[in-house]
Design a protein around this ligand. Structure first.
Ligand code: SAM
Ligand code: SF4
Length: 357
């Protein structure tokens, strides 16, 4: 227990100024943008469908799914990922929607694991159904998972995710640990008046089981466009909810690298807790991520309003150099920051579930 005041923001201000227009782009070579950011992390959305309906992500009904014939087949997805790997991508994270809803997910993982050089393959999932598949996914080459867990209470889970699946998620978390997908990371989005009071319980749960918990500020990426800054639990508030119960010591920035979570040792360590303050403390200056949607569009930022179509050229027979140029073109157009805190910010038309979080 501590009464010490802990704040986020140990890292210096974002090194890329939103006003900067950046420098020239290399014609060839790895995915470097105008601000010198080297892109190594590809997030691939394998489906926009989901087994849950978390209110900060999807409405309960009426979501217009991507038409099936626009979705990349597994060979197409692996082909595009191979082009990305040739451009220096060394980590591929599968996401969605809910990746476990993709029937041939094991084949996707196996195809990615066979790329040369082989990227590290991880997945962000709600873990519903993971208990059945964890071992097969590990055998195919999956090495890590981030599992979303916003509450430990059944009623709150139903309120938040509109489905009665807490038990499945908890079983999935256990199965991930048993299958060796360790350290299991848990992601929590806190919502005011709904699950914010559970922050200490969630951390205690993670500590008890050896999971690494990270709290994420809610971002304006819900399909309903209902995000309201005043309802967001900020990183500062998250720390305020935890410090009456735990001693938190900020870890130096080197422990974080390009990862978005600011890390704190809990009760002297070795366990840590992370806070991803994407809105109040943007980390765009160290962003190394690029995204591929389930329908084959490259997005250079979660908040990008434009996309680069790779599906059409791929289906029309474009060669790998042409596809690589399209990846470079997308990275070349990347803005210095997400702009959420700028006056003219516009939420992207695609919701989080169709972008791939
Ligand atoms: N269905 C999987 C899951 O929930 O983990 C993968 C996709 S989900 C879009 C990826 C992550 O994005 C989850 O951790 C989820 O909590 C987070 N997320 C979704 N909408 C968000 C929002 N509006 N703000 C912050 N995080 C969000
Ligand atoms: Fe589904 Fe993940 Fe969105 Fe929740 S956050 S609705 S689990 S895609």
């Amino acid at each position: 227990m501590t009464s010490q005041r802990v704040t986020i923001g140990t890292r210096p201000a974002d090194p890329v100024s939103p006003a900067s227009s950046g420098g020239p782009l290399p014609d060839r070579g790895p995915l470097v943008d105008r601000f010198g950011r080297v892109h190594r992390d590809l997030r691939v959305s394998v489906t926009d469908r989901c087994s849950l309906r978390c209110t900060y992500c999807m409405p309960e009904a009426g979501v217009p799914w991507l038409p099936r014939d626009t979705m990349l087949t597994t060979p197409e997805l692996v082909h595009l990922a191979g082009v990305a790997v040739s451009l220096g991508i060394d980590e591929i994270r599968l996401t969605g929607g809910e990746p476990l809803l993709r029937r041939d997910l094991v084949d996707v993982v196996a195809g990615l694991a066979a790329l040369d050089p082989a990227p590290e393959i991880s997945m962000t999932t709600n873990a519903v159904g993971l208990a059945k598949n964890a071992e097969a996914l590990v055998a195919a080459g999956l090495t890590r998972v981030n599992i979303s867990l916003d509450t430990l209470r059944r009623e709150t889970f139903i309120e938040l995710a509109k489905r009665d699946r807490l038990k499945d998620t908890l079983e999935g978390i256990e199965a991930a640990a048993a299958a060796g997908l360790t350290p299991v990371k848990l992601n929590t989005v806190l919502m005011r008046g709904i699950n914010d009071h559970e922050a200490p319980d969630l951390l205690a749960f993670a500590l008890e089981h050896g999971y690494e918990l990270r709290f994420i500020e809610q971002m304006p990426l819900d399909a309903q466009h209902h995000w309201d800054r005043s309802q967001m639990i900020t990183g500062e508030e998250i720390l305020g909810l935890l410090t009456p119960h735990f001693d938190l010591t900020p870890l130096p920035d080197e422990a974080r690298g390009s990862a978005p979570a600011e890390l704190f040792l809990v009760d002297g360590g070795p366990a840590t807790v992370g806070v991803i303050a994407s809105v109040t403390m943007p980390f765009c200056g160290t962003c190394d991520r690029v995204r591929l949607t389930a329908d084959g569009q490259v997005r250079n930022c979660l908040f990008a309003t434009g996309e680069t179509d790779l599906r059409t050229p791929l289906r029309e027979g474009a060669d790998d150099e042409a596809l690589a140029d399209l990846f470079r073109e997308s990275i070349g157009a990347k803005l210095p920051g997400h702009g959420i805190n700028e006056p003219g910010f516009l939420q992207p038309p695609r919701p989080m579930s169709a972008i791939g979080g």
